[in-house]
Design a protein around this ligand. Structure first.
Ligand code: 2NE
Length: 270
């Protein structure tokens, strides 16, 4: 048993219990739209979940039943990005997308209500998406003068196929949960009343599994789409595992003991 941990933020909530970190966008009055400060808090929360050895799985969700996230807060959109309180314009949600991808633990989007615009891309970059039957998905960029030509386009195409991805972006339609399931945009659809229980059940199942295997698999799934940064994630796991071998430790020990390394006992495996 671990003590629950709650961390105080303004725009989001962070709660950890039973190895699960739950990160909730808490701006229901704007359908959980994000402003730059929301993203700064989310970056911090995901970093916290990354570093916490007690956390094995992360849930990203929105407060309430009406929305997961409706994307960038249009009220603070300036001419070159989203304005923070000091007037600086940001597109820092892109950094958050990368952080979710590079977090070496599964991230599950728990979606009730709208996942729209930049909020839709946020669920897309999560490893798994569990949708309530009231969930609605879509991009609005071309309607509101915006687009996401990074993961929003490329990962979308890898997820639902090129034709469907173009339809999503070119028509700016909304799709219900069953349509999203049919196109492979979400993993499952459950009644709204069962959303939380199902999500926690899926998380508990993953917590039973090898964390190293899940970590390496996540990096493997991301590697090609993420280019050298993706290969770096995957390769970093190999380095971390190699460091745990006597062979690697012989190199370190020899340096510290100021002697030549002796790798002669380590066999070349086929
Ligand atoms: C999300 C959606 C479909 C919900 O519709 P509905 O009918 O359920 O609610 P309603 O009345 O539209 O919204 C409730 C309140 O939330 C605000 C609304 O203005 C409204 O406020 P009041 O009238 O009550 O004062 N609200 C909702 N979304 C907001 C937003 N994103 N920013 C600020 N206020 C918002 C419907 O609300 C909708 O379509 N929302 C807009 C979705 C959208 O276009 N998002 C931006 C896409 S661009 C983006 O996210 C992006 C990007 O493309 C690239 C980089 C970074 C960001």
């Amino acid at each position: 048993w671990q003590a629950p941990e709650d961390v105080l933020y303004e725009d989001i909530r962070y709660h950890r219990a039973e190895g699960i970190a739950r990160i909730t966008i808490n701006r229901p009055e704007v359908r959980n739209a994000f402003r730059p400060e929301t993203i700064i808090e989310l970056l911090d929360a995901f970093h916290r979940a990354h570093l916490d050895p007690e956390v094995g799985v992360v849930i990203l969700t929105g407060q309430g039943e009406l929305a997961f996230c409706s994307g960038g807060d249009q009220r603070v959109r300036g001419d070159g990005g989203y304005r923070d309180a000091a007037g600086t314009e940001h597109l820092n949600v892109l950094e958050l997308q990368r952080r979710i991808r590079s977090l070496p633990k599964p991230v599950v989007a728990m979606v009730a209500g709208y996942a729209i615009g930049g909020g839709h891309v946020l669920h897309l970059v999560c490893d798994l998406s569990i949708a309530a039957d009231n969930a609605r998905f879509g991009q609005t960029g071309p309607k509101v003068g915006s687009f996401d030509a990074g993961y929003g386009a490329g990962l979308m195409a890898r997820t639902v196929g090129l034709k469907k991805a173009k339809e999503i972006w070119f028509l700016c339609r909304q799709y219900d949960a069953q349509e999203a399931l049919a196109m492979g945009l979400v993993n499952t659809v459950v009644p709204l009343a069962e959303l939380e229980a199902t999500t926690v059940d899926w998380c508990r199942r993953m917590l039973q599994l090898s964390p190293t295997a899940l970590r390496c698999l996540k990096a493997a799934f991301n590697a090609d789409a993420d280019g050298l940064a993706g290969i770096q994630e995957l390769a970093g796991n190999a380095t971390g595992l190699f460091y745990q071998t006597e062979e690697a430790q012989e190199g370190r020990n020899a340096f510290l003991e100021k002697r030549p390394p002796d790798f002669s006992t380590y066999r070349r495996r086929p």
